[in-house]
Design a protein around this ligand. Structure first.
Ligand SMILES: [Zn+2]
Ligand SMILES: [Zn+2]
Length: 188
């Protein structure tokens, strides 16, 4: 069966060298939907607890929330970093606490200290799906990702062949030792 979880992500970006309005810096509230698939875990009667999908994905995705997302060759990037540096917020600020772990993939690099994500390609709705799948494919059995931003929506489906070992008591993914990291139950 499938289970869907929704995330709201507020971000600013622009499409560098694009010949439309989107070449100017602007912001969106994006809606990301992640659909996972697996057997229904007997006893728990869920594919995967929704709050657990949220926790697993948001850990990484919060890097995009209230962030500026710029392409790596965008000249705004050094300009913004220069301003943040002069203002003393480039390496972090006391109230910048909703940060995920820094990450670097072939498609994007997150700098949580200054709420910046630098991407290889323009961060379109299609681009976001590629980045998110790449970040989460090993953590969740993702079969579909949909991203809506303004009037644009893109979605992509993915093949899943494996099944995740889940806790028989609370349903979250078991650790490599077969023990639940949350409640300590073992695989039966
Ligand atoms: Zn936009
Ligand atoms: Zn458990």
């Amino acid at each position: 069966m499938r289970s869907q979880t929704r995330f709201t992500i507020q971000y600013a970006h622009r499409f560098y060298k694009f010949k439309g309005e989107a070449q100017y810096l602007h912001g969106h509230t994006g809606i990301l939907t992640i659909e996972v698939s697996d057997s229904v875990n007997p006893g728990v009667n869920m594919v995967f607890p929704c709050n657990e999908i949220k926790k697993t994905a948001w850990h990484v995705l919060q890097n995009f929330d209230h962030a500026l997302i710029l392409r790596q060759d965008d000249p705004l990037l050094p300009a913004i970093l220069d301003v943040y540096g002069k203002q003393g917020i480039r390496e972090g600020a006391p109230n910048n606490q909703m940060t995920g772990p820094a990450f670097k993939t072939d498609l994007a690099t997150a700098y949580p200290d200054c709420r910046l994500v630098v991407t290889k390609e323009s961060m379109t709705v299609e681009g976001m799906i590629k980045i998110v799948y790449d970040l989460l494919k090993d953590k969740l059995n993702i079969v579909k990702i949909t991203f809506t931003s303004g009037d644009n929506t893109a979605s992509e489906c993915f093949e899943v062949s494996r099944s995740m070992e889940r806790c028989p008591c609370c349903g979250i993914a078991l650790g490599p030792d077969g023990v639940c990291p949350k409640c300590g139950c073992r695989k039966n």
